[in-house]
Every structure is written in structure tokens, then in C-alpha cells.
Design a protein around this ligand. Structure first.
Ligand SMILES: Nc1nc2c(ncn2[C@@H]2O[C@H](COP(=O)(O)OP(=O)(O)OP(=O)(O)O)[C@@H](O)[C@H]2O)c(=O)[nH]1
Length: 226
């Protein structure tokens, strides 16, 4: 799939998964990334692909929020990305919305390339961020998912215009296609690199934890205030 972002494989060449011995000796910076968009666009599958490198065939609708995380070593530094997979369905969001946006470090807006309606919803999702006082300095990315399907309803040119209007990078990819794994990684790594250079906060990671925490569906932490 066409990569609308300037990052190249070379730029990510220094990325390594961390191991526990590494984590014992180094501090880790932790960043909260929320994944937002209409129901059914593939937010759960994208975050699962990034954290567990698997495709979920029949995920249940997210209720409240699901958490996943993955720790990376970027240029000699531990960076933990805490992914908040938010509910797309209004009835499952309700009282959670405040929690989504509180202290968020980056936002991923997802639409389904086979659903024009999901793309047309993006400005509303972006406005919702603004209403919850997400600072304009927070890095954002726009992602068109399900590029493995044929019936594309959102042409790249249209998506690129919207992304340019907001000054967001645009990725078109597929959580389903294993060949797109590196591309899905690149979405999160783009944010990780931006955050790494912006945020000075350092948090000490408790020793002995496994560094790459791959949550299964059953193990995921859920938080629902519905
Ligand atoms: N073909 C294809 N199907 C996908 C892809 N990503 C997700 N799906 C399917 O789309 C459906 C919805 O995926 P989810 O990841 O649950 O969507 P969501 O945005 O998290 O939905 P909510 O939890 O309701 O907000 C599921 O049936 C997935 O299997 C993809 O890249 N390609």
C-alpha cells in the first residue's frame, strides 16, 4: 500500500524490542496514545496487530476502552506505548470520553477505506478532541484501514486532502494483511519518534517486567463506566 508518510525503513532501523535484562537497567518513558474513529473501522485490529502481531478475525465491539501496550527501544531509549483502543459506538463510550482524552500524548484517527461514512465522520472525531482540550501540539495521525479489500470508497487523493488540511500524516494500510505489519508498525513508530523528541518526562520502570507485553483478548484490561 502507498505510504503517505515520509518515514522510511532506514529511519526505523534502530528500533528493537526490549528484553527484560535491558529493562532492568534503563528508564522507560511512557506515552498514552488513543485510537479513535467510527465503530467497525478496525481500531481494535490495528492496535492488536501492532502489539501482538496477529489479526483478530471476530473481535467484539469495544466497550469503554481496551488497553494494550508495547515497549520499544528507540535510539538507545526505552519507550512504552500505552494504546487506548476506544469504543466507536456511542452507547459504549458515554462516561468514558473524559478518560480517553485526559493526559493523552498522541491520537490516531482511523477510518475504513471501504466506508465513505467513516471517513466523513473524521472531522467530528477531530472536533471532539478539541472540545476535550487536547492541545494542538499533540501529534495526530490519520489512518485508512482495510486496504486489503477491493471496494474502496475513499480515494487516496480525497484522504490526502483532508489530512493535509489538518497537517496530519496519512497512512493507508490493513490490519488484516500480514504483509502490512511493518506498515502498521510505522504508524505507531512515527508517533513514538515525535513524542520522543518532544516530551521530557521520565518514568522509572519496575524491574523484572517483561518488556514487550502482548495482551491477549482475554487478558486485556477493560475499563467501562457505562
Ligand atoms: N478485511 C479487513 N477487515 C478488517 C480489518 N481490520 C478490521 N477488520 C474487521 O472489521 C471488523 C471490525 O474490527 P474492529 O477492530 O473490532 O473495529 P473497531 O473499530 O475496533 O470497532 P468498535 O470496537 O466497535 O469501535 C472486524 O470484523 C474485523 O475483523 C482489515 O484491515 N481488513
Amino acid at each position: 500500500m502507498a505510504d503517505k508518510n515520509k518515514n522510511t525503513d532506514d529511519e526505523f532501523a534502530t528500533v528493537h524490542e526490549t528484553d527484560s535484562s535491558f529493562q532492568d537497567n534503563f528508564q522507560t518513558r511512557i506515552f498514552k496514545i488513543i485510537v479513535i474513529g467510527d465503530s467497525n473501522v478496525g481500531k481494535t485490529c490495528l492496535s492488536y496487530r501492532f502489539c501482538a502481531d496477529k489479526f483478530l478475525k471476530n473481535p467484539e465491539a469495544t466497550i469503554g476502552v481496551d488497553f494494550r501496550e508495547r515497549t520499544l527501544r528507540l535510539d538507545g531509549e526505552n519507550i512504552k506505548l500505552q494504546i487506548w483502543d476506544t469504543a466507536g459506538q456511542e452507547r459504549f463510550r458515554n462516561s468514558m470520553v473524559e478518560h480517553y482524552y485526559r493526559n493523552v500524548h498522541a491520537v490516531i484517527f482511523v477510518y475504513d477505506v471501504t466506508s465513505l461514512a467513516s471517513f466523513e465522520s473524521l472531522p467530528e472525531w477531530i472536533e471532539e478532541c478539541g472540545r476535550h482540550s487536547v492541545p494542538p501540539t499533540v501529534p495526530c495521525i490519520m489512518v485508512g484501514n482495510k486496504c486489503d479489500l477491493r471496494r474502496i470508497e475513499v480515494p487516496t487523493s480525497l484522504a490526502q486532502r483532508l489530512a493535509d488540511g489538518y497537517n496530519f500524516p496519512l497512512f493507508e494500510t490493513s490490519a488484516k494483511d500480514p504483509a502490512e505489519k511493518a506498515h502498521v508498525d510505522a504508524i505507531f513508530l512515527t508517533l513514538a519518534y515525535k513524542l520522543k523528541s518532544h516530551r521530557p518526562l521520565r518514568l522509572k520502570q519496575p524491574s523484572g517486567n517483561i518488556a514487550v507485553h502482548l495482551t491477549s483478548v482475554r487478558e486485556e484490561k477493560k475499563l467501562c463506566f457505562c
